[in-house]
Write a protein that binds this ligand. Structure first.
Ligand SMILES: [Cu+2]
Length: 272
C-alpha cells in the first residue's frame, strides 16, 4: 500500500528538517553559555565547533540522500498483484564503492582535524607558563590548589578551594591559555568544560597538563564527564572567568585572607 510509503516519507521529511536546521542554529545542539548563545566563547571552542559542523555536513548530506533513496524505492517498488520478486547475488562493484567512499571520508577527517588536536592536546603545544593550579579529582569533588601570589605550586601561600575554578580571560594575542595540572585521587574522572569544549580524563597515577582559553568574562561550568560513582553528579562546579589579572588577584587575596583566618581559628581552637 502506498499509505505506508507516505507515512515513511513524513518521518524522513521531519528528520531531514532537523538536519537542515542544525547548522543554522548551533545554540540548539551545542552547550553555549547564556550570554553568547550562538558562538563558542573560546578559540579552541570555535575550532572544535567547525570540526563538528564539517562532520554534520558530511553525515547530513549522506543522510538526506539515503532518506530520499529509501522513500523513492518504497514508492516505486510497491507490492502489485502478480509481480514477482527477482533475486540476485549482490554486487561486488557496489560493495567496493560503498567501502572506499566512507574510508576516504574517514581519512579526510583524520587529516583535517590533526592541527586542532595538536594545538589542544599535544604536550609540546602546552603554553609555556607556570600552572595556575593543580586540580585533583576525587569522589566526588574537584580539589583545586592554586599557586597563590608567588605563582609557584606547593609553597605556603597556596590557596585551597573545592569546586571553584577561576582564571583570567585571554585577550587577543596578549595572554596565553590557562594551564592546570590534572590528576586523580581515586578512580577515572573526566575534566569537562562544556562551554569551552575542553574534555580530559583524569587518570590515577598520571599528572596531565590541560590548557584552555576563554574570551568572555563570566560564569561557566565544570563537570565530570566520566561516570565515577554514585555521587558523580555532585562534581558539577563553578567556573569564573575574570576580566583581567587585577580582578583575579583581588579575588585571590580575598580568598587567601579567608583561608588564613580559618586556619588561625583552627589553631586557636586546637590550642584550648
Ligand atoms: Cu567524577
Amino acid at each position: 500500500m502506498r499509505y505506508w510509503s507516505i507515512l515513511f516519507a513524513l518521518a524522513a521529511v521531519f528528520s531531514i528538517g532537523a538536519f537542515v536546521y542544525a547548522p543554522f542554529s548551533p545554540d540548539w545542539w551545542l552547550p553555549n553559555s547564556a550570554n553568547e548563545p550562538y558562538h563558542a566563547v573560546s578559540k579552541f571552542g570555535r575550532e572544535i565547533d567547525s570540526l563538528f559542523l564539517i562532520i554534520l555536513w558530511i553525515t547530513g548530506i549522506v543522510f538526506i540522500g539515503t532518506q530520499i533513496a529509501l522513500v523513492w524505492v518504497s514508492w516505486k517498488y510497491i507490492d502489485k498483484p502478480g509481480s514477482v520478486a527477482t533475486y540476485f547475488h549482490g554486487s561486488q562493484r557496489l560493495e567496493v564503492i560503498w567501502t572506499i567512499i566512507p574510508a576516504a571520508i574517514l581519512v579526510f577527517i583524520a587529516l583535517y582535524q590533526m592541527g586542532t588536536w595538536a594545538e589542544i592536546k599535544f604536550r609540546s603545544s602546552a603554553p609555556k607558563v607556570l600552572p595556575l593550579a593543580e586540580v585533583t579529582a576525587r569522589q566526588f569533588q574537584w580539589v583545586i590548589r592554586y599557586a597563590g601570589p608567588d605563582g609557584k605550586l606547593h609553597t605556603t601561600d597556596d590557596l585551597h578551594l573545592v569546586n571553584d575554578l577561576h582564571f583570567v580571560k585571554s585577550a587577543e594575542k596578549l595572554e596565553k591559555p590557562a594551564l592546570i595540572w590534572l590528576q586523580s585521587g581515586d578512580v577515572l574522572h573526566s575534566f569537562f568544560l562544556p562551554q569551552l569544549r575542553i574534555k580530559q580524563d583524569a587518570v590515577p597515577g598520571l599528572k596531565i597538563p590541560v590548557w584552555f582559553d576563554c574570551d568572555r568574562a563570566g560564569q561557566y561550568e565544570l563537570l565530570c564527564a566520566e561516570l565515577c560513582g554514585w555521587g558523580h553528579y555532585k562534581m558539577r562546579s563553578k567556573v569564573t572567568v575574570h576580566e583581567n589579572q587585577a580582578d583575579f588577584d583581588e579575588w585571590m587575596q580575598r580568598k587567601l585572607s579567608e583561608q588564613n583566618q580559618s586556619q588561625i581559628a583552627a589553631v586557636a581552637q586546637g590550642g584550648k
